[in-house]
Design a protein around this ligand. Structure first.
Ligand code: ADP
Length: 486
C-alpha cells in the first residue's frame, strides 16, 4: 500500500496544536507496516527546527494566472517513511502558521490553495500512484475535487481519499470571488457542492468528495451530527454519516512519558511517583512562583479560545478564592483572554499566567502539577488530558468529545476512575467538580490510587494506527469490488 498523508502542520517541523502531534506520529506508526509520505508546507522562521532536507523538484503553481515558483524538498526518515515539504517563501516563510496573533492571514486562501495545487502537481509530474490519500482539516480538503480536474486525473483513478476532521469549527471559508482560482467547473459553486452561504467552504468540499471521513474520537463523531456541535455542517455530515467514523488519537509516549522525559527536572514513573514532587519544587523556584508547596497546583496548557472553556475558568476564580488551590495557565490565543489573564495574574497570588507557547514549559508543568483543568465547550479529542494521565496529573474535564472517551469519572475508593467529569457548561458545576477533586486531594492514599490508575492507562498510537490501517484496507477492498462490477 502506498499512502500520502497531507497536513498543514506536523511535529517536529511545525506546531500550533494537536493536529501537529497527530501528523507527527500517526504516519510514523503506519510506516511500520506500509509505505507512507507525509507532505507539509515548508514553514521557515527563526524558531523552525534545523532539519536537513534535499531539494527534489520545482515547478510553477498557477493561481489566477500568476505563476508561483514552488520547490519540493524531501527528508527521508526511514525506509518506508518520507517527509515531503512544499516550499514557497512568499507564503510560508512567516512568523506564524495561520495567523498573526488572533487575526488570520488575509491570504490564507492563496496560501493553502497553493499548498494543495502543489501536492497535485507533484503527484502528476512524478507519476506517483497513491492507494490512499489521507487529508486533514480544511487546509487539504480541496485535494479530492482538485485531483478530478488535474492535468492527469487518471493517476488518481484508483486513489481512495480519506478526510480526517480534527476540529469542525475551522472550515476554511472564503469569499466567492476566489472561486475562479480553483480551476474547477462553475457548477460546483452551488449549495450542493462547495458553496456555503454564498462563500466557498473548503471543508465542505472535503466532506462531499472524500470516500471516507474520520474524526478523532467516537463521541465527537456522534456530537458533530447535532446542531450544537455541527458548526453549520451537521446536516451535511448527517447526510454522509455512513462514511463517518471516530478513531481516537493516541499519545506519543516517546515524547510524553515522565520516565524518560529529558525536559523535566526529575524523572519518575509509577514505581517512583514520590519523585514527582521535586518537579513542583523546582518549577516554583525557576519561575519564581509564590505558591505554597502543599496546596494543590491546577494547570491549563491551552490555546486561549472560547472552545477551551476559558469563560468557565474566568467565572470560577472568585468561587475558588477560599480553596487551597493555585492555578497556573500556559496559553496563547485571543487577545481579550490574554489581557484579562495578564491583569488577574498581576493582582493575584494564587493565579499565574504565562502568556507563551512553549513546549518545554508544557512538559515541566505536566510533571509539576496535581490537577489539569480542561473545561472545554467541545473537544474533538484533546491530547493534553491524556498526557496528564501519564504524568500523574489528575484531569478535571467537561464530558464532551474525546474528554468523555478518555477520562473515567472518580466514583469511590473502589471505583477510583482517572479523573473528574462534569456535564453542563456552567461555572458552578465546574467549581463543584474542582472542589470534589480538592477533597480527594486531601486524602493522600486515595489521591495516589487515582494517579496510579491514570498513569497505568495506555492510549497507544499503535492501536489507533491499526484502526486507520483497517479502514484503508476495507476501503481498498471495496474499491476493488466496485472495479470488478464496473
Ligand atoms: P488543540 O489541538 O485543540 O489545541 P489538544 O489538547 O489536542 O488541543 O493539543 C494541544 C497541544 O498543544 C498539546 O500538545 C499541548 O501541550 C500543546 N499546547 C497548547 N498550548 C500550548 C502552549 N501555550 N505552550 C505549549 N504547548 C501548548
Amino acid at each position: 500500500m502506498n499512502i500520502l498523508f497531507a497536513s498543514s502542520e506536523a511535529v517536529p517541523f511545525s506546531k500550533t496544536g494537536g493536529l501537529a502531534d497527530v501528523s507527527g506520529v500517526l504516519p510514523k506508526e503506519i510506516s511500520r507496516n506500509e509505505n507512507i509520505t507525509l507532505i507539509l508546507p515548508y514553514y521557515k522562521n527563526e524558531t523552525s527546527p534545523n532539519i536537513e532536507t534535499k531539494k527534489i523538484d520545482s515547478f510553477d503553481v498557477i493561481i489566477n494566472k500568476i505563476k508561483y515558483k514552488t520547490e519540493i524538498y524531501k527528508k527521508r526518515i526511514d525506509k518506508k517513511f518520507n517527509v515531503v515539504l512544499v516550499s514557497q517563501d512568499l507564503f510560508f516563510a512567516r512568523k506564524f502558521i495561520y495567523s498573526d496573533s488572533s487575526t488570520a492571514y488575509l491570504d490564507n486562501f492563496c496560501r493553502f490553495l497553493l499548498f494543495q495545487k502543489a501536492i497535485i502537481n507533484f503527484i502528476v509530474k512524478n507519476k506517483i500512484r497513491y492507494d490512499i490519500i489521507h487529508i486533514n482539516d480544511w487546509q487539504t480538503s480541496l485535494i479530492p475535487i482538485l485531483s478530478k480536474y488535474s492535468k492527469n486525473f487518471k493517476i488518481f483513478k484508483n486513489s481512495i481519499f480519506i478526510l480526517s476532521i480534527h476540529n469542525l469549527a475551522f472550515q476554511g471559508v472564503f469569499e466567492r470571488y476566489h472561486f475562479k482560482e480553483l480551476d474547477i467547473p462553475d457548477h460546483f459553486f452551488s449549495p450542493d457542492y462547495i458553496e456555503y452561504y454564498n462563500k466557498i467552504n473548503f471543508l465542505k468540499a472535503g466532506i462531499i468528495f472524500s470516500d471516507s471521513i474520520t474524526t478523532v474520537s467516537p463521541t465527537y463523531a456522534k456530537e458533530i451530527l447535532k446542531p450544537e456541535y455541527g458548526y453549520g455542517l451537521d446536516g451535511l455530515l448527517k447526510k454522509y454519516s455512513l462514511k463517518l467514523t471516530g478513531i481516537l488519537n493516541g499519545v506519543d509516549y516517546k515524547i510524553w512519558d515522565p520516565k524518560n522525559d529529558p525536559l523535566i527536572y526529575k524523572k519518575y514513573s509509577i514505581e517512583t511517583l514520590i519523585n514527582k514532587k521535586e518537579n513542583k519544587i523546582k518549577f516554583y523556584k525557576e519561575f519564581n512562583l509564590p505558591f505554597e508547596i502543599d496546596s494543590s497546583l491546577a494547570i491549563l496548557i491551552t490555546r486561549l479560545s472560547k472552545q477551551k472553556g476559558i469563560e468557565l475558568l474566568l467565572n470560577s476564580f472568585n468561587k475558588l478564592r477560599r480553596e487551597k488551590i493555585n492555578i497556573l495557565i500556559l496559553g496563547k490565543g485571543d487577545s481579550s483572554y490574554e489581557s484579562v489573564l495578564t491583569k488577574i495574574s498581576k493582582r493575584s497570588k494564587k493565579i499565574k499566567f504565562l502568556n507563551l507557547f512553549d513546549e518545554q514549559i508544557a512538559h515541566k508543568m505536566q510533571a509539576a502539577a496535581d490537577i489539569l483543568l480542561m473545561p472545554s465547550i467541545y473537544e474533538p479529542c484533546g491530547l493534553t488530558q491524556m498526557y496528564s494521565l501519564k504524568y500523574g496529573t489528575v484531569p478535571v474535564v467537561r464530558s464532551t468529545g474525546g474528554l468523555e472517551d478518555t477520562i473515567e469519572n472518580h466514583i469511590s475508593k473502589t471505583q477510583p476512575g482517572t479523573g473528574f467529569k462534569f456535564k453542563s457548561i456552567d461555572s458552578n458545576e465546574f467549581v463543584l467538580t474542582i472542589k470534589k477533586a480538592l477533597k480527594i486531594f486531601q486524602d493522600k492514599n486515595e489521591w495516589k490510587r487515582l494517579q496510579l490508575n491514570g498513569m497505568s492507562k495506555k492510549f497507544s498510537w499503535a492501536s489507533s494506527a491499526n484502526n486507520y490501517l483497517n479502514l484503508y484496507k476495507k476501503l481498498l477492498k471495496k474499491e476493488k469490488m466496485n472495479e470488478r462490477i464496473d
